[in-house]
Design a protein around this ligand. Structure first.
Ligand SMILES: Nc1ncnc2c1ncn2[C@@H]1O[C@H](COP(=O)(O)OP(=O)(O)OP(=O)(O)O)[C@@H](O)[C@H]1O
Ligand SMILES: [Mg+2]
Length: 253
């Protein structure tokens, strides 16, 4: 059975997609079989790994039950992905039936035995897509950038996860908060780190030891649709992501 990890935070631009991409590629570099799933209608993750999203089967058709997950998986040169596109944005209104929280879990049940890890990128909102990701996942990772607005909305996120734990998926667990785009020299960053630690305590979790530093190479690798560990292996932020992979593995994930 694959270990299922969901990268989430309803705040936009905190590094969810980047973390999904970097974690997926990092685990793959370690020799694991990894599937990443783009559950965001923006399709940023699909773009980052060079997936085709216009003509192909996407997660939308899979959730609708029109195709199975195997048919939607694209084997790009850098990773396996189930892509997404803007059509996915209608599902909150479209999927109104009972059991709609479990569509992703059901859809991926056939590929759970093929992979060691399934990692899901979520949209910047708390909607039925996010709940589907929670209903599937064993572990939640919350990326957060070092700015004060990142702290807002965390209570709401916790409440949603808590409800999912009660009604949909008792095995879900918040593994930790990952500080991204971190800049040690900015005083605010270290203040936020303190606040993040307080929040983590409230969420019954911890802030990961590894912080991801800010670096333009991250964005460049994604824009060029390349593997960041090959694009800039010695870059500080890329090394941080590899360190993060090690930290997760050392926790037995
Ligand atoms: N460590 C980093 N250093 C520099 N830039 C970064 C870093 N991490 C992410 N970025 C850039 O910041 C932007 C936002 O990151 P990303 O898309 O991963 O956030 P997100 O939470 O997925 O956003 P959204 O909520 O819109 O889905 C992207 O352009 C990305 O390339
Ligand atoms: Mg994103």
């Amino acid at each position: 059975m694959a270990k299922t990890i969901c990268i989430t935070n309803q705040k936009g631009g905190v590094g969810k997609t980047t973390t999904t991409y970097a974690l997926g590629l990092g685990l793959r570099k370690k020799g694991y079989k990894v599937l990443i799933v783009d559950l965001d209608p923006q399709g940023n993750l699909s773009f980052s790994v060079g997936a085709e999203t216009e003509e192909s089967i996407t997660i939308y058709e899979v959730l609708k039950g029109e195709y199975n997950a195997e048919e939607a998986i694209q084997h790009t040169p850098i990773i396996d992905i189930v892509p997404s596109n803007i059509v996915l944005s209608g599902v909150d209104l479209e999927f109104t039936y009972t059991g709609r929280e479990f569509l992703l879990r059901e859809a991926l049940s056939n590929v759970q035995n093929i992979y060691d890890y399934i990692i899901v990128d979520t949209p910047p909102s708390l909607n039925i897509l996010t709940v589907n990701a929670f209903a599937l996942s064993n572990k939640i990772i919350i990326p957060m950038i070092a700015d004060i607005f990142s702290l807002q909305g965390i209570a709401q996120l916790y409440e949603t996860i808590d409800r999912v734990k009660r009604y949909c998926n008792p095995s879900i667990n918040i593994e930790g908060i990952l500080l991204t785009r971190y800049n040690k020299r900015v005083i605010l960053s270290s203040e936020i780190k303190g606040t993040a630690e307080m929040i983590a305590k409230e969420l019954n979790t911890t802030v990961f030891n590894t912080h991801i530093r800010s670096s333009i190479s991250i964005q460049e690798a994604q824009t060029k649709q390349e593997n960041l560990y090959e694009y800039a292996p010695r870059n500080s932020a890329v090394m941080d992501y590899m360190q993060f992979v090690e930290e997760l593995l050392s926790r037995g994930i």
